[in-house]
Design a protein around this ligand. Structure first.
Ligand SMILES: Cc1ncc(COP(=O)(O)O)c(C=O)c1O
Length: 454
């Protein structure tokens, strides 16, 4: 035990390999299926969208996958990221629990997203791709890919969910600073966007729609690929630098987490922190992993596990995941990065195998937790990350009630410096907690694709 507050690893302790949970799962993941034939996908089916380096990782069962040196070189701009003990928060809560957070907001884009953006840009560049299309919710992923594209000399075109485009104008400016183009989605540029606009010219947009637009454009040009900021196995894989570093830093602190927490949108920051701990859990370690989502988009807590499309326009492969249905339209909350109808197949599988728990919170209680955290620890959390903050505080209060000195580790996946309008609305009492509409879920689930034998 030390009385330090921050735990830093030197640059040469940046992990040399990514950890692949698929190698250790007691039951294999269900294969992704071709959207046309319903048959398991082969690498060639994915080649129009992704580089082979990434496709190989998507299906790999190797436990460790080397991180290419040019990727490590870029990650060293901000990694290893700090682990911080939230001593002032502990004191303010008067809890016997110890609270640590891994802080991913130190990256250039302000979140964990560049960990995979850099890797994806590298593999695309290696394969001779010139242009990448993508979607973004709150803008964290779009600005991360824009940043990575600028380092590897790739053009980047980002379709940003309209409600976030309007809420976060400076995210767009950041993407443009890195040389990318940012377009509000749904847009008239694609058939998928035009179809939505014809039905609802004022559509808020959703990640599912923005993905359709980006995928449609990538399929049209040989020099263009698509990049996804979450959900897929390779994205979760790239994020495991977070958990590996955290393990080494917890060792420096002379402590071990009893509870590991991350917010879940598509599942990648949670996976990045928790998967290395799940590997220990599979070997018998006692650690609880908790994924936290918004009650307005409760994929893990209310969605069944089924084969579904990753996008609204039904262009992507079918993957088996917890889903609210590809046509589910979440209300326009401020945690834009958590407004996704599906969940990473790996995270979905981990939940089904009992390796993790899931819970959901309303947005106003998350903002209250984020403000309490900021007033003790100084960092203003991204609205997405505030879900993890809320769960960490609730766990610390449970420890207080039970008189237990447990150790809680959570992922502070990003800062909220571009999200201050959300805080302003919160302070003005303008944020509501949209009621979850079970009928809307039922309607969206009625459209789930019928997959034989699934
Ligand atoms: C700061 C932050 N945290 C979390 C998320 C959720 O994504 P994921 O579940 O893939 O980590 C996002 C997505 O945009 C984000 O910007």
């Amino acid at each position: 035990m030390t009385d330090s507050t921050k735990f830093f690893l030197p640059e040469d302790r940046l992990p040399k390999a990514w950890y692949n949970l698929a190698a250790d799962l007691p039951e294999p993941l269900a294969p992704p299926l071709h959207p046309g034939t319903g048959q398991p996908l082969g690498p060639d089916d994915l080649a129009p969208l992704f580089p082979m380096g990434v496709i190989a990782q998507e299906v790999s069962l190797e436990r460790w996958i080397d991180i290419p040196e040019p990727v490590r070189e870029v990650l060293r701009l901000w990694r290893p990221s700090p682990l911080v003990r939230a001593r002032r928060l502990e004191k303010a809560l008067d809890t016997p629990a110890k609270i640590y957070f891994k802080y991913e907001g130190v990256s250039p884009a302000g979140s964990h997203k560049p960990n995979t953006a850099v890797a994806q840009a590298f593999y695309n560049k290696e394969e001779g791709v010139r242009r990448l299309t993508t979607e973004t919710g709150a803008g964290q992923w779009g600005s991360s890919l824009a940043f990575a594209g600028s380092l590897f000399g790739l053009e980047v075109e980002v379709y940003m969910v309209r409600v976030s485009y309007e809420q976060k104008p400076y995210r767009r400016a950041l993407m443009e600073t890195y040389g990318a183009t940012c377009i509000p989605s749904p847009s008239p540029n694609t058939a998928a966007g035009r179809a939505i606009l014809a039905e609802d010219p004022d559509s808020n947009g959703s990640l599912g729609i923005a993905i359709s637009e980006a995928v449609e454009l990538a399929l049209q040009r040989d020099d263009t690929h698509y990049a996804l900021g979450s959900v897929l196995n390779h994205v979760c894989l790239h994020q495991t630098v977070i958990g590996q570093e955290a393990m080494a830093q917890m060792e420096m602190a002379g402590d071990q987490p009893d509870v590991v927490i991350g917010c879940v949108g598509g599942g990648s920051n949670f996976a990045g922190l928790a998967f290395p701990y799940m590997a220990e859990k599979l070997k018998g370690a006692k650690v609880r992993c908790i994924g936290v989502e918004p009650t307005s988009c409760p994929t893990l807590t209310k969605g069944p596990c089924a084969y579904d499309y990753g996008d609204t326009g039904q262009l992507t492969p079918l993957v088996r995941m917890h889903t609210l249905g590809a046509h589910f339209m979440p209300p326009g909350s401020h945690a834009g990065g958590l407004r996704y109808h599906g969940m990473a197949p790996m995270v979905s599988h981990a939940l089904n195998l009992g390796l993790m728990e899931a819970r959901a919170y309303q947005q106003t209680e998350c903002f209250a937790a984020a403000v309490a955290f900021a007033r003790q620890e100084g960092i203003v959390p991204a609205p997405e990350s505030s879900h993890a903050v809320k769960a960490a505080i609730d766990e610390a209060m449970r420890c207080k009630q039970e008189g237990k000195a447990e150790t809680i580790l959570f992922n502070l996946s990003g800062h909220g410096h571009f999200d201050m309008q959300a805080y302003t609305s919160y302070f003005a009492g303008q944020l509501t907690d949209p009621a979850f509409d079970p009928a809307a879920l039922e309607r969206a689930l009625a459209d789930l694709p019928k997959v034989a034998g699934a």
